[in-house]
Design a protein around this ligand. Sequence first.
Ligand code: G4P
Length: 524
Amino acid sequence: MSTLKKEVQSRKTFAIISHPDAGKTTLTEQLLLFGGAIRAAGTVKGKKSGKFATSDWMEIEKQRGISVTSSVMQFDYDGYRVNILDTPGHQDFSEDTYRTLMAVDSAVMIIDAAKGIEAQTLKLFKVCKMRGIPIFTFMNKLDRQGKAPLELLAELEEVMGIETYPMNWPIGMGKEFLGIYDRHHKRIEQFRVEEDQRFIPLNQDGEIEGDHSLKQSGLYDQTLEEIELLNEAGNDFSSERIAAGDLTPVFFGSALTNFGVQTFLETYLKYAPSPQPRKTTTGEIDPENEEFSGFVFKIQANMNPAHRDRIAFVRVCSGKFERGMSVTLSRTGKSMKLSQSTSFLAEERATVEEAVSGDIVGLYDTGTYQIGDTIVGGKDKIQYERLPQFTPELFMKVTAKNVMKQKSFHKGVQQLVQEGAIQLFKTYRTEDYILGAVGQLQFEVFEHRMKNEYNAEVLMEPMGNKVARWVEDQTIDDRYSSSRSMLVKDRYDQLVFLYENEFALRWFQDKNPDIKLSNPMDLS
Ligand code: G4P
């Protein structure tokens, strides 16, 4: 096997999708601990008081210069190189969050077993499903009383429309949580039991051989009954269906007590795909292709006023990235040398020397890149497929604060829109600017960058949440427009209705059944 092929096959690149508070940070910490990317012996694991652990944690972050809230985390485990891409939660939620999912090869969905599926998880899940990427589910917080496991599975299947295969099954829950019945490894892993006695092997019938105290518990018999039900009525395990994103393996565990996490990690690494070929406008590119290529999926502006730089995140798709190499930006044909400007956003923020498909490289950007840009090492100016535009949900009217600064205002808006930081709409007649975003942070970044990079202060007037629908019939005019269903144009002059809410949308549809509406990215 060539070295490049071997390296590519060792890559596992994923994002954790979850609703805030489901345990994403806790699980990430545990995974980084396993990978030795952080060393927090006992502090995170034995987390009794939240405050103590947090300050401790921050100290570690400072010392090692890494942050669990940083955008890309990398660690090595069992011969694999793992890249975790962060998908920020409520406050930082933005289009970048969705776009990050375009750069991963699989996703880990973490669900709070007491809450079940929550809104944000569902949205992120839909983006993964759209891409057909494999999804691994971790049902968290089993050390607390939650919903019944069968109910959780039914919810996954019904609400998300994905088939499930429980890799393990909880024996009790909350105060009565005894452990997990590991169907995949044919063993029981006991909760809060010393390492050397924690695992109990199961016999051919899937039961504990001989005497064991666990057998005294009624929960053991109940588990056996449920396992029998799963074996008879549940889905079959299929690595092909997992790889196609049609079946999600489900793991029960508790991130906080580090229970079930290692088994999860090892099984995940075994079944999660390595980087796959990616589509360009002219065909697929193999990750083992020797010629370097990659695409920009996120641009992060530095919010610190002292630094104007921003970072373009590039997902490597083929070949080998080497520091100092010359690349061409396919969109403009411009060549550039990626020398000093290259930094690797991972452990210790070290400078990256080499990276292969699956890895993420951070490039210092002074306005060169746009979201979706392809960079190539060779002569072939390939272009990776356009990243989808996500339907905005929050809207804001925007004008220049200083009328004398109209020119810089328009320039700034155009550039930030082109870069992919925010979406632009215009009122139907007067063509006043309306900004659209999926998260509040996008407006804040916009305002900040307009002032700092374009010297254009802005006035923003919130319009709140709206339901956006594109109109196919371009002969519609503003006779159909009202305060509850406002007709606007997008940046390509396509007509769009901004409805006050779902109710206003349905009312409009009832009244105007002939007007065809569409939502290119239905994530609602
Ligand atoms: P997030 O990144 O998805 O937002 O979630 P995070 O890991 O911060 O976890 C949210 C809360 O849930 C934290 O409690 C965390 O300790 C707790 N948690 C995570 N995993 C488990 C688990 O397996 N079992 C239980 N019982 N709790 C879990 P917090 O009180 O908000 O924070 P802290 O003060 O404990 O850090």
